[in-house]
Design a protein around this ligand. Structure first.
Ligand code: ATP
Ligand code: MG
Ligand code: MG
Ligand code: MG
Length: 578
């Protein structure tokens, strides 16, 4: 491939664009990789498209290497499947919705779990058809509240999304592990410095989930890393070790109560007045019950379930926080409180929980015969801080979700947690049967009984990855692409006209014929100085300058990252580059 700057759709900018806040955005605009076309929408110029395609190719390569099969779903979809799964309301304002000419509601898909589940239901009938994993690399649409930082948060962006279908939990775990490893290979090949962190599942639902965060100060995600072991978690999902008894930091022990009867607001107020109270200093018991989350553990249940209590019309903010913390657990919303149906259908309705990505289960049984765990009153500490642990330990202790750096690591117990920032470039989830339940995806099992497959889903922000790589690979003069994703392998510059230009074009043709991607700056009316500035800005790993010394048979090889400049004969340069 040989590109000539004289004819390329490339205009580099001397000045920083006013609205570009972060380095990747600034440099990708200045170096002529992308142009803003709409709020959160970018046009890929030829150089940008080359980088995007190289990253796409690496992603595709690793996906097919683990046996995933590429499909391509439509982005414009009818609303029905998303209503069936509940995500039409869960995503809420975050999805672009539209009506067709007959008035039928549609959406531009934010991800495709529904379609993948329906496709498998459509085509597969037997347990023998499994496992299977489908993937696509496709434009996604999300009406982000704040599109920002160029490609990092677009409203239209390229994602690789994969969906695994297995018959049992072991199969799902194996698929998840396979994708986790493939992701590590992908992000390593992209030259990213990244960390795999425990994460919340968000609007996908499901239980286990991990994010791949590319470390950079401009990242929107904050995560903690341990100073001793490799434990890392998004602060949204973090679990820290509860202070030991006797520790001055320890909150009073959690008390466990058997509910005597189906609770009512009044009986809960009594209970709280009587026993323990989780709340802010100065709150009455009633205040607390309006605002707090009480946790419930069903005897014998493997996982904590949560009973969320509140009154209509207030404190969505707190719920959001609670939602963020609790997403991996199942939240039990009681739907059977005759006196207060609004608790479920109004403020605390599933739609609110769902909007914040909390997986909910409406389960009237939770109301009766359960055991309460409530946080204890601790001055200055918000109730939700006390009770939002992910795990509720049998001995009644609770793991607090609040992180302070300096907290001890929950994994090794030895190291300390430090706060870092990163960009979420990938996210993998064990979904379980949320979507196969929603669409009743059943196949015939080995014993003739129906089996319901279990799903995983695995996303990579492909366009975001372009910006993440740029964020980690630049200096004050411009981009410094890793070789694996650079738009070209070599940037040839003819410093003058006449024989220098001829020699540059000839060398370019030779390298291109040998399989290199070559950019030749063959502009006749541009000074060598301007061309050199563009070499730095565009950031192709190696440049060859064909200048005055050509008369003696020499050209200069420049290394963008290290800055070395070496004079070599044309033949030696060819040998070095090939
Ligand atoms: P974020 O937390 O940044 O909003 P997300 O958790 O909503 O991302 P997922 O639903 O996990 O995103 O989607 C999978 C991947 O798609 C993300 O890991 C991210 O790399 C990418 N992605 C998500 N939203 C955007 C966006 N608005 N612009 C670019 N890439 C995005
Ligand atoms: Mg998001
Ligand atoms: Mg996220
Ligand atoms: Mg995510």
């Amino acid at each position: 491939m040989l590109l000539r700057v004289s004819t390329l759709l490339l205009r580099t900018l001397r000045e920083d664009p006013a609205d570009a806040e972060v380095p990747s955005h600034r440099l990708l605009l200045r170096a002529g990789y992308v142009r803003r076309a709409a709020p959160g929408g970018y046009t890929w110029l030829p150089l940008g498209k080359l980088v995007l395609d190289r990253i796409t190719a690496i992603v595709r390569d690793e996906m097919t290497a683990i046996g995933d099969q590429e499909v391509h779903f439509p982005a414009l979809l009818p609303a029905e499947p998303y209503r069936t799964s509940g995500r039409w309301t869960e995503y809420g304002d975050d999805i672009f919705t539209l009506a067709d000419r007959k008035g039928a509601e549609h959406l531009l898909a934010p991800t495709h779990e529904e379609l993948a589940a329906l496709l498998v239901k459509d085509l597969f009938t037997s347990y023998r058809d499994f496992p299977v994993t489908l993937f696509q690399i496709q434009t996604k649409f999300r009406d982000e509240a704040r599109p920002r930082a160029g490609l990092l948060r677009g409203r239209e962006f390229l994602m690789k999304d994969a969906y695994s279908f297995d018959l049992d939990a072991a199969g799902l775990q194996a698929a998840y592990d396979r994708h986790r490893e493939a992701y590590q290979r992908i992000f390593t090949r992209l030259g990213l410095d990244f960390t795999v962190v425990h994460a919340m599942s968000g609007a996908m639902g499901g239980s286990a989930s991990e994010e791949f965060l590319a470390a950079t100060p401009v990242g929107e995600d904050t995560y903690v890393g341990c100073t001793r072991c490799d434990h890392a978690a998004n602060t949204e999902a973090v679990v820290t070790r509860a202070p030991a008894a006797g520790d001055p930091d320890a909150h009073p022990p959690i008390e466990v109560h058997d509910t005597p009867e189906t609770p009512t607001i009044a009986s809960l107020v009594d209970l709280a007045n009587d026993r323990v109270l989780a709340g802010r200093t100065g709150w009455t018991a009633a205040d607390t019950l309006k605002n707090v989350v009480l946790t419930v553990r069903q005897p014998g249940a493997e996982r904590a379930e949560l009973l969320v209590i509140g009154l209509p019309g207030d404190r969505e903010v707190d719920l959001k926080r609670v939602g963020a913390v609790l997403a991996p657990a199942t939240v039990a919303v009681f739907d059977d409180w005759p006196a207060h149906p609004e608790l479920v259908r109004g403020y605390l309705g599933p739609q609110i929980l769902a909007k914040h990505g909390v997986r909910y289960l409406v389960d009237p049984r939770v109301v009766t015969g359960t055991t309460w765990l409530t946080g204890a009153n601790e001055p200055g500490r918000h109730a939700t801080d006390v009770v939002c642990g992910r795990d509720f330990l049998p001995d009644g202790t609770i793991e607090a979700a609040e992180v302070r750096p300096g907290d001890s690591c929950s994994a090794c117990g030895d190291g300390e947690l430090t706060l870092r920032r990163g960009i979420e470039v990938g996210h993998i989830f064990q979904l379980g049967r949320r979507y196969t339940d929603a669409f009743a995806v059943d196949v015939l099992g080995p014993e003739g009984k129906p089996v319901r497959p279990t799903m995983g889903c695995y996303g990579i922000g492909v366009s975001r990855a372009v910006a993440a790589v740029a964020e980690q690979h630049h200096d004050d003069r411009g981009l410094v692409w890793p070789a694996a994703v650079a738009p070209c392998d070599v940037h040839l510059v003819s410093a003058g006209k006449g024989p220098q230009l001829d020699a540059a074009l000839e060398l370019g043709a030779r390298l291109a014929a040998a399989g290199l991607r070559v950019l030749v700056d063959d502009r006749a009316h541009v000074s060598a100085g301007v061309k050199f500035t563009d070499v730095e800005l565009i950031g192709i790993p190696r440049a060859v300058v064909v200048g005055r010394r050509l008369a003696e048979g020499y050209v200069e090889l420049r290394d963008r990252a290290g800055g070395e400049r070496t004079e070599l004969s044309v033949e030696d340069v060819v040998a070095r580059l090939l």
